[in-house]
Ligand binder design. Sequence first.
Ligand code: 5GP
Ligand code: MN
Length: 351
Amino acid sequence: MTQSSTAGALYLSPEMESALRSAIAPAQNILCVSHVSPDGDAIGSLLGMGWILRHLGKQPTLALADKPAADFDYIPGFREIVGTSGVADDYDLIICLDASSPDRMGAVYRPAAHSQIPLLVIDHHITNTNFGSLNWVEPGCAAVCQMLVYLADALGAPLSADLCVALLTGLITDTLCLRTSNTNAHVLQAAMRLTEGGAQIQEIVARTLQSRTYAGLRLWGSVLAHATVQKRVIWATISLAQRKQVGAQEGDGEGLAGLLASAKEADIAATFSERVQSGARVVECSFRAKPGFDVSGVALAFGGGGHPPAAGCTLTGPLDAISAQVVAALQEAHQMQASGQVQPVGVAAHG
Ligand code: 5GP
Ligand code: MN
C-alpha cells in the first residue's frame, strides 16, 4: 500500500468510497456550492471539485452566494464561479462543500427547485447536521481540500497543477499555514503531494494569510483599542460605523479573532462584526479557542457551527446586546471546560 492510499483509507472508508462513486458516476450536470462569506477552503474546494469533475468528463457549475475575494483570483478557474443568478433549477447532482448546515449555502440552494436533486455533502465540521442524501463528513481532516485529495485518488483523477493550486489553498488557509492543532502527518503528506504537483506554499501564503489592506489594519487598530478580557475570554466588537470611519470594505479586517486568541490572559477569543446581509443587519460572531477548549458547542447552540478551536454563528439584533449574551455563554462554557465538567470535544477530535 502506498503512503497516499494509507491516508485515504483512514478518512475514506471502502463503503463511503463506493457510495461516492455511485453518486458521482451517473451525473453529468453537477452544481457545486460552498458557504456564504467564502474563505480559502470554501473557494479552494469548490474550484478543486470543479477540476476533479472536469477530469472525469463532467460539466460542473461552481456557485457561491457571496462574491469571493479577488485575493483568490490566482486559482485557475476562479472567473468561472457564478453567483446566485447563474444557478439553474435542473441538475443531476448537487455537491455541497465545507458547509455544516443547509443555510450556509445561502440563496444558491433553492429548496423549491433543488430538493428533489441528490445532495452530496462533503465537509469536515464536527457540527455538520448531515443534511445531504449522502454525507461524507470527516472532522479528522483539517480542510475539505484535504478530503478532496483522497477523493481525487479514489476517482482516479490526476493531481494536475490546477487542482493542486486550488486544494493547497484551502489546506494552507484553514491550517493557518500548517500551524493549527489538527495539523498532523497526513495533513503534511497531503501538502507535500500538492506541492509536488505544482502548487507553492509561499505563493499561497503571500496571497492570503499575509495580505491585508491598509483600511483593514486601521480597523484592527481601532477595534483592538477597545478589546476586553474577562474570565479568560477576550472579545471585541466591530460596528458598521467603525468600518466606515477607516474606509474598510466588506472583507477588510478579517482574521482578528485569531489575533485576539494569542492573548496570554485568555483561552477563548471572540469578535462580533456588524454586517449587512441581503439588506438586513446581522452580527457575524467568530470564535477561537486554545487547545483544550472548545467553542463549537456555543456556536451550535446559537444556530451556527464550526470546529472545536474555530467556530462561529450569525445572529440578528443589536451588536451590544448580542455580544453581551454570547460572551456570557462563552464564559460559562469556559468555566465548565476549565473545571473538567465538560470534556472538550476538541481533545478527541484533534488529538
Ligand atoms: P470564521 O471565524 O473564520 O469565520 O469561521 C470559523 C469556523 O466557524 C469556520 O469553520 C466556519 O465554517 C464556522 N462558522 C463561522 N460562522 C458561521 C455561521 O454563521 N454558521 C455556521 N454554521 N458556521 C460558521
Ligand atoms: Mn474548511
